[in-house]
Write a protein of this length. Structure first.
Length: 401
């Protein structure tokens, strides 16, 4: 105190202000962590209907996926019917009563999502929202919708190419304005609705997505249930880490875990990398017929915790050696996750991978936990790590040195 007495008042105020607890900005109202749930497209595509959505909601509860964090049940394309003379869009015969369906999903403690686009038609050529943005947004809110995926599709031909045939820059401005329009229409409803942009990453959407109210934006074209597609998408995420933050996420597309011909190693790698990338975790598989080993991947709590880390920092690509890539993600409290992924088609015996801790900014033996076996693992410099083709080692270091 004696010291304080001799300090000039201005300096004293400065010190006190600097030491006061920092006023934290409030967490975003929607998508403070990447949205988790299920979407109908990857497995059911146009075969989605009211019954299938109810079954998916039931299964999210029965399988424990809801308890693991999967909350959104998202209806993708092909629910739309025709507009009437007042411009009101009706559902088609597969969805007899959308409000009743939303009530059912909500009664399970889940949330419900829907799909449209800024053009006249969706990608599957169903009715979209051009000229009816406010009306549609209000209808979604009245139904109790919690999530909208808004897919560019026919807006390209309907508006961009028509209004600005030889002017790419103007086409992009029109596209951004269309996304802004629906962003504002959703906001005007007063209902918290997650806004998901789907325009395949055009015009560096990660730079302007937040300004149109987007909570997530697709960074690539459509994912397919085969390794090359999953890996191409992983590759396209390099350099995007900076743009992810609570409320605003890069979306490398919905999960294909359990679909197509992905092996268990590939499913594990796909899921691990989406968690590293702070990606939305929207399962896209046939929930009523899910194999136990697929469920075990989708409900691995330790891996989900990486995805949902409250700091919201996406992993960045650190280095590769031979066909093995290393990615690093900073976690809350100074912890770190490291993913070591064999992207090659062989077990890497011919060119053994050795861990280079310095390239990860680490020094000395690191006490880690392998998130797929749950076992402790010490990481030492230059240690050899052998991984099967397309398999991954995902570890969490609580106190990195
Ligand atoms: C586009 C999207 C997909 C899906 C389909 C539906 O291809 O990228 O995710 O929504 O449309 O028609």
């Amino acid at each position: 105190m004696r010291v304080l007495k001799h300090l000039p008042l201005a300096l004293l105020i400065l010190i006190l202000v600097a030491q006061a607890p920092k006023a934290r900005s409030a967490p975003p109202q929607v998508a403070p962590t990447p949205p988790m749930g299920w979407n109908s497209w990857n497995y059911f595509a146009e075969r989605v209907d009211d019954k299938g959505i109810r079954a998916a909601a039931d299964q999210l509860v029965a399988t424990g996926m809801k308890d693991a964090g999967y909350i959104y049940v998202n209806i993708d394309d092909t629910w739309e019917g025709k507009r009437d003379e007042n411009g009101v869009l009706h559902t088609n015969e597969k969805f007899p009563d959308m409000k009743a369906l939303a009530d059912y999903v909500h009664s399970k403690g889940l949330k419900i999502g829907i799909y449209s686009g800024p053009g006249t038609k969706t990608c599957a050529r169903y009715e979209a929202s051009l000229g009816h943005e406010e009306q549609d947004a209000k209808m979604y809110a009245d139904w109790g919708i919690d999530y909208l995926k808004y897919d560019l599709c026919s807006f390209r031909q309907d508006v961009m190419q028509k209004q600005a045939p030889n002017d790419k820059a103007e086409q992009m401005r029109l596209m951004i304005a269309a996304y802004d329009k629906m962003g504002k229409a959703l906001k005007a409803t007063g209902r918290p609705i997650v806004y998901s942009l789907c325009q395949y990453g055009w015009d560096n959407v990660w730079e302007w997505g937040p300004s149109v109210g987007a909570n997530l934006w697709r960074t690539t074209g459509d994912i397919e249930a085969r390794w090359q597609s999953v890996y191409d998408i992983i590759n396209q995420q390099k350099g995007l880490a900076l743009y992810a933050a609570p409320g605003h996420w890069n979306d490398p597309d919905m999960l294909e875990v359990g679909n197509g011909r992905l092996s268990m190693a590939e499913n594990r790698s796909h899921f691990s990398m989406w968690a590293m990338l702070a990606a939305p975790l929207l399962a896209g598989n046939d929930l009523p017929n899910m194999k136990p080993e697929v469920k075990a991947i989708l409900t691995n709590r330790d891996v989900i915790a990486i995805d949902q880390d409250p700091l919201g920092k996406q992993a960045h690509y650190a280095y590769s050696s031979g066909e093995v890539e290393v990615w690093v993600r900073d976690l809350q409290g100074g912890a770190r996750a490291i993913a070591i992924l064999n992207v090659g088609s062989d077990v890497n015996e011919t060119h053994p991978f050795r861990l280079d801790l310095a390239k990860l900014g680490l020094h000395g033996t690191e006490h880690a936990v392998d998130l797929w076996t749950g076992k402790k693992l010490d990481l030492t410099d230059n240690m050899p790590i052998q991984l099967a083709s397309h398999d991954i080692l995902l570890v969490r270091i609580a106190e990195p040195k």
